[in-house]
Design a protein around this ligand. Structure first.
Ligand code: NAD
Length: 497
């Protein structure tokens, strides 16, 4: 059984008076206009991290109107002025990184060091777009008329809605909002109600950086109440959404064809372990990729396709390592895995563990953890299933939790066929020493992100990110230079003398 962690003592202010956080509409911080809801610590549900506004559809409509009114002026603001605001916001995030990291750990459970890394990475994202956004250009086209110049301009779209999940509660908003603002769009941002505080801190940093009123508006509350108002309003020209495939599909179907969409959705990410792989390293990749965020990364490893010759040895090593993992509050140093983020997540994981026990061979874990340090939190032991076949739910459906499905494969071709036999295509990895297999894998796998001897998780801020099949809309990539293109449209100019 995994080692029990002591509950970490709260820092001053934590567990004391619960602060109510406002929305931001047209530059005004709005307190108490709506009924508040609680942001709860999944490691200790008696700890209320903050209270947030359950905005109404009417309030969300005001946010869209404010963004619309601010657009023409912001569009004409110089790129260097926009860049300076992003850089000052990055300074603000860095200066408050320790406080913000504790808050993130308290609101969604990830380890404190990962939370701090995410905040610093978000500051880096703002700085990246402050530079990269200044050199986004159009093209000039040769033509036969010596008196004519033909070129393209890249223009902002207008009001952009940004909707984000709870698992990377500041880095996902940052990688959407920074390129949107840098290219001259105005934004309505709605974070997940399960982790709104980190998103609030990003908004606070951008306001402190000097963002004019109305350029960024922050709405919190239930998707059922505000969702339509911020996605279907005619002024909304684009939606950048990260979340479940079901919600992304629903939004895509509900908006008009002139609304540009960028949907980053679910995954069922495979790691293939070839018979020539370094098995200790493959175990490490499985644990880091599959369990480090308690399996709650969109790119997390959930299927492990292992060659028959090494399956027994790999599985034995994996279970041995998993048994030694330390599970506890992300605020306690040295924990390998924190709690699940919400009661809903806990319920889903326990349901899939029960299904897995019916359909596959259950090797380890999957039970809710109780006792000192665990009571009052959403903790489960990581689960491992083997003898998993393609038609089983644990092989097909996104669980989004610490549940690993081991699937035996006979050959590289068998591994690729099984890895590709899924409706998703976000990230995929292989562990091998064979350069030919590395080369073929990059070509054969149906996935937006390909990792060779690396975890399925993790991506650079300066490289494109996104999936294929039902993991993303096949429109624009996020991150890097590609992240800027989504937020601009091309105008072609024919200029004669
Ligand atoms: P979710 O779909 O429940 O919610 C995501 C966000 O969408 C939340 O802010 C939610 O309030 C909002 N939302 C839901 N329905 C909406 C609607 N009809 N209109 C407007 N807004 C709506 O997802 P979640 O539980 O927060 O996150 C987990 C999911 O996110 C997993 O499926 C995971 O794979 C996915 N994810 C994908 C990526 C990626 O980059 N591909 C990254 C992280 C998470």
């Amino acid at each position: 059984m995994s080692e029990v962690a002591a509950k970490s003592a709260p820092t001053p202010g934590e567990g004391a008076e619960v602060r109510e956080f406002p929305t931001l509409v047209n530059g005004e911080w709005l307190h108490g206009v709506s009924k508040p809801f609680d942001n709860i610590n999944p490691a200790d549900t008696s700890d209320i991290v903050g209270r947030f506004q359950a905005s109404t559809a009417a309030e969300a409509g005001l946010a869209v109107a404010a963004a619309s009114a601010a657009f023409e002026r912001w569009k004409k603001t110089s790129v260097s002025a926009r860049a300076a605001i992003l850089n000052r916001a990055a300074d603000h995030l860095e200066a408050n990184a320790d406080r913000n990291a504790r808050e993130m750990t308290r609101e969604m459970g990830k380890a404190l060091n990962l939370a701090k890394d995410e905040i610093l990475r978000s500051a880096q994202t703002l700085r990246f777009y402050a530079v990269e956004g200044q050199s986004l250009t159009g093209e000039v086209f040769p033509n036969d008329d010596p008196d004519m110049t033909v070129y393209t301009l890249r223009e902002p779209l207008g009001v952009v809605t940004v909707i984000t999940p709870w698992n990377f509660p500041i880095s996902i908003p940052a990688r959407k909002i920074a390129p949107a603002l840098m290219t001259g769009n105005t934004v309505v941002f709605k974070p997940s109600s399960d982790a709104p505080l980190s998103g609030y801190r990003l908004v606070e940093a951008l306001v402190a950086g000097g963002l004019p009123k109305g350029v960024l508006n922050f709405i919190t509350g239930a998707a059922g109440e505000v969702g339509a108002a911020i996605t279907q309003a005619p002024a909304v020209r684009a939606i950048s959404f990260t979340g479940s495939t079901a919600a992304g599909e629903h939004i895509c179907r509900s908006v008009g064809f002139t609304t540009r969409t960028q949907m980053e959705l679910g995954g069922k990410n495979p790691l293939i372990v070839m018979d020539d792989a370094d098995l200790d390293k493959a175990v490490d990749l499985t644990i880091k990729g599959g369990l480090s965020l308690a399996g709650q990364a969109c790119t997390g490893t959930s299927r492990v396709l292992v060659m028959r010759q090494v399956r027994a040895e790999f599985t034995e090593k994996l279970v041995e390592r998993i048994k030694a993992l330390k599970i506890g509050s992300g605020l306690t140093a040295g924990m390998d895995m924190g709690p699940l983020a919400t009661a809903r997540q806990l319920e889903t994981v326990l349901r899939y563990v029960a299904i897995g026990k019916q359909e596959a061979t259950h090797l380890y874990g999957g039970e809710r953890l109780t006792g000192a340090g665990y009571d009052g939190g959403y903790y489960v032991a990581p689960a491992v299933f083997t003898d998993v076949t393609q038609q089983m739910a644990v092989a097909r459906e996104e669980i989004f939790g610490p549940v690993l499905a081991i699937i035996e494969v006979e050959s590289y071709a068998d591994a690729i066929a099984k890895a590709n036999d899924t409706e998703y295509g976000l990230s995929a990895a292989i562990a091998t020493r064979n350069p030919r297999v590395m080369h073929d894998f990059a070509n054969d796998i149906q996935s937006g992100t390909v990792k060779i001897n690396r975890t399925t998780t993790g991506n650079l801020i300066n490289a494109p990110f996104g999936g294929v099949k039902r993991s993303s809309t096949s429109t624009f990539r996020e991150s890097g230079r590609a992240g800027l293109e989504f937020y601009t449209q091309i105008k072609t100019v024919y200029r004669g003398c």
